[in-house]
Design a protein around this ligand. Structure first.
Ligand code: NAD
Ligand code: KPL
Length: 306
């Protein structure tokens, strides 16, 4: 039986990491690029390159623009959170009824925006701890082993196509608790990432600011509880301390975005938590102040504040 093509929207770091591993395992993959100029640049490059454990391999993966006619049954959205809704809207007319859409975005907020845009699709949320970066256009370096949790927030049984991820060596598990996992990662990111930007430091250096971290975690815990996410709140400060020790030498993803002059996903991280707290009528002075300081910092660097 012919397998369903994987359409990959966003050929950046994670999009390329998934596309190359799926293609390597023999799955049909199609990259969806922004426009004809990007398609031309991709064709000139001759494929998508994966660097893994010192080995560099290029895969001649088929690519197309949004304007292609081929119906989409399975879509992996690998854009940044702030691009996801618009990107999906641009291929909405190609989605088959009930199409599976895997959303790889960090933080929260973009997933609901996508789901509202394409109500007939089956949206699946992915929480990924894998690490990848682009070393050049259409070339990705697999920088950190990790894991992918997938789920749709409902009591749905796992899709049969998950076995394709297993065949491709993409570590994963279907979970009924995907929202807990997304909220938990969001809370960790809110505690760690903004402070690394404001102190201009590696994750490990936050150990010198434990009192501030502890107070922030207390506020985050109470917010998660108020927002109906009590399980994501359990032992938060302890885990934050564990993560900053385990990743002591690393710069957080938000630090790296700012250092490289890239837009951050602030609205889907700290911004989302502050908004959720406001909607539930809960006062979060520490997070509001942190967010305001971060916005000032971003504006000072000439970067978007949302
Ligand atoms: P990236 O910037 O490397 O890639 C995003 C790609 O999407 C870019 O190539 C961009 O041109 C493309 N894109 C944007 N709008 C598009 C559109 N309308 N049509 C077609 N392509 C479009 O980003 P990334 O690092 O791969 O991150 C993607 C998401 O995954 C983010 O939410 C990020 O937080 C999350 N994430 C990344 C990593 C990582 O290690 N890179 C790890 C975990 C989670
Ligand atoms: O996920 C992270 C990131 O850098 O985005 C860490 C630092 C591990 C937690 O915030």
């Amino acid at each position: 039986m012919k397998s369903t093509p994987w359409h990959i929207l966003g050929a950046g770091s994670l999009g390329a990491l998934w596309a190359t591993r799926l293609a390597r395992a023999g799955m049909p993959v199609r990259l969806i690029l922004r426009n004809a100029a990007r398609l031309e640049a991709y064709n000139a490059k001759g494929g998508l390159t994966l660097s893994e454990q010192g080995q560099r391999l290029t895969f001649d993966i088929a690519a197309q623009t949004m304007a292609a006619q081929e119906p989409i049954h399975r879509l992996l959205v690998a854009c940044k959170a702030y691009d996801a809704e618009q990107a999906v809207a641009s291929v909405a007319s190609r989605l088959a009824p009930g199409a599976d859409i895997l959303l790889l975005q960090n933080g929260l907020g973009s997933q609901d925006a996508v789901a509202a845009r394409v109500p007939d699709a089956h949206c699946i949320f992915v929480s990924s701890t894998e690490g990848a970066f682009r070393d050049e256009d259409f070339s990705v370096v697999f920088a950190g082993q990790g894991f992918n949790w997938l789920g749709d927030g409902q009591q749905t049984a796992e899709p049969v196509w998950l076995r394709e991820l297993a065949a491709a060596g993409i570590p994963h598990q279907w979970t009924l608790d995907i929202l807990d996992r997304l909220w938990r990662k969001l809370a960790l990111n809110c505690a760690i990432n903004p402070l690394t930007v404001l102190y201009g430091c590696r994750n490990g250096e936050l150990q010198a600011h434990d009192e501030e971290l502890r107070a922030l975690c207390d506020e985050l815990v109470r917010t998660l509880q108020r927002c109906g996410q009590p399980r994501a709140a359990i032992g938060l400060h302890e885990e934050v301390v564990r993560v900053i020790k385990a990743t002591a030498a690393n710069y957080s993803s938000m630090y790296q975005d700012v250092a490289q002059g890239r837009r951050t996903e602030i609205s889907y991280l700290l911004g989302h938590v502050c908004k959720a707290a406001e909607l539930s009528g809960y006062d979060v002075p520490l997070m509001n102040r942190l967010r305001a300081q971060l916005i000032d910092h971003l504006i000072g660097k000439g970067l978007p504040s949302s």
